[in-house]
Design a protein around this ligand. Structure first.
Ligand SMILES: Cc1cc2nc3c(=O)[nH]c(=O)nc-3n(C[C@H](O)[C@H](O)[C@H](O)COP(=O)(O)OP(=O)(O)OC[C@H]3O[C@@H](n4cnc5c(N)ncnc54)[C@H](O)[C@@H]3O)c2cc1C
Length: 385
């Protein structure tokens, strides 16, 4: 991966933004279990950071996904996981399909204000009945005149309470292959018939997560993204960017935990010496740092191939799997060396321990990633997932 001056400028802008506009407020936003997403996104939009890879005609910067990678990695300096995740949903999870396959009219109506930071976006795939088996979603969108009429429930939706629109996956026909009867539809979140309920979690507190109920919600048919029946395929493509983003977002975040732990254990004494001076401690931290570098290499390789137009399903799944597992390992091992301090509620390690647990579940659980890797390795038994 060859980074240019422009990549470095974006990294610098993101780091400065996080240090000035996010980190000082994290304790309050974590307590409130929400953050002012419209306000924060507007500031990011003004800096041009919400549409790095999107076409200039829709307000984007016209760059490639390597710039999203740099931004995701730079967001790792954030003192919590929830706000980077909310930003990632806006830039790399709810918008890729609209940007790539949406009509010009739809992109003008929804992508332009989302890139500008005037709209908050969310992605509605998972349901109460299950999130791993995307082909089994139950929400329906039935044609009635010029509208779709949507019924169903979406679960765990990040930005769900504040979002202005949802990129919704719904069944638009009955029967047939479950991979060919679904569509992605842009649903304005102020449409009559939508109700929302906040979900309280063990981590990622500042990110709002909601259950969304759709009761005969009418949306014009022109809000369809691309062709009917392509929703599953579009969502699988959209997941590639989500998973690469997720892997990248963990890198600097893990480095930060290791740095904090080196500093803390260097000054903290036990048995007449620094805790860091115990070989078990500095060796373990060196091992974790090595693992982070290995994940960085894997993630960069996947992104490099992705921007080169290659299918990176296997590499993106590997990076997402490794990011989830390593994130848990780094937070757990580092927390240990902070002793009781690591077990206090507002400690950076305990925060990462809680927040980072999600990576192995959200956006496709570890086992789903393993299933994809095995399928592409040719080792998945017939009929298994
Ligand atoms: C904080 C948070 C934010 C989220 N944000 C969003 C969002 O914005 N939009 C959205 O659509 N979804 C979102 N999700 C949902 C997330 O993607 C799902 O939770 C995830 O896909 C898993 O689905 P599930 O929770 O229904 O678990 P299930 O599908 O019920 O699976 C439970 C567990 O079973 C195991 N499992 C599943 N399949 C297999 C298998 N084939 N083999 C072996 N084991 C298996 C895994 O360990 C899995 O964790 C979010 C979730 C959380 C918690």
């Amino acid at each position: 991966m060859k980074f240019t001056q422009e990549h470095r400028q974006i990294e610098d802008t993101v780091v400065k933004f996080v240090e000035k506009e996010i980190n000082p407020f994290v304790p309050d936003w974590e307590k409130a279990e929400q953050f002012p997403s419209h306000e924060v996104f507007k500031k990011l939009g003004n800096l041009g950071l919400l549409g790095l890879k999107y076409p200039e005609e829709f307000g984007g910067q016209g760059l490639d996904f390597s710039y999203s990678l740099v931004m995701a990695e730079a967001l790792g300096v954030c003192a919590c996981g929830g706000i980077p995740m909310a930003i990632g949903v806006q830039t790399d999870m709810a918008t890729p399909a609209l940007a790539r396959f949406g009509s010009d009219e739809l992109r003008k109506e929804y992508l332009v204000p989302t890139i500008a930071g005037d709209y908050v976006a969310c992605l509605g795939v998972s349901e109460p009945g299950g999130g791993s088996d995307v082909a089994a979603v139950k929400t329906t969108a039935k044609v009635d005149g010029g509208d779709y009429v949507i019924n169903g429930t979406k679960m765990w939706i990040t930005n769900g309470l504040k979002a202005d629109w949802c990129c919704l996956l719904a069944n638009t026909s009955e029967g047939g292959s479950p991979h060919k009867n679904k569509s992605l539809i842009v649903v304005p979140m102020d449409a009559p018939g939508i109700t929302k309920q906040k979900i309280h979690k063990i981590g990622m507190h500042s990110s709002d997560t909601a259950q969304l109920f759709f009761d005969n919600v009418r949306v014009p048919r022109r809000n369809l993204i691309g062709q009917e029946g392509m929703g599953f395929a579009f969502q699988m493509l959209q997941f590639q960017e989500e998973r690469l983003w997720g892997a990248a977002a963990g890198l600097k975040a893990m480095d930060r935990l290791i740095d904090l732990t080196v500093d803390y254990t260097r000054q903290r004494k036990a048995f007449g010496k620094s805790i860091l001076d115990n070989q078990v401690v500095h060796f373990r931290l060196a091992e974790l740092r090595t693992e982070v570098e290995a994940l960085r290499a894997l993630t960069y390789r996947a992104v490099e191939m992705y921007i080169g137009g290659k299918d990176v399903t296997k590499l993106a799944s590997m990076a997402k799997l490794k990011a989830g597992r390593l994130g848990r390992e780094v937070a757990d091992s580092c927390l240990q060396y902070w002793g009781g301090m690591g077990f206090t509620a507002d400690n950076p390690l305990s925060q990462a321990y809680r927040d980072g647990r999600l990576t192995s579940i959200g956006g496709g659980a570890d086992e789903v990633m393993l299933g994809i890797i095995c399928k592409l390795e040719g080792t998945l038994p017939k009929g298994a997932h």
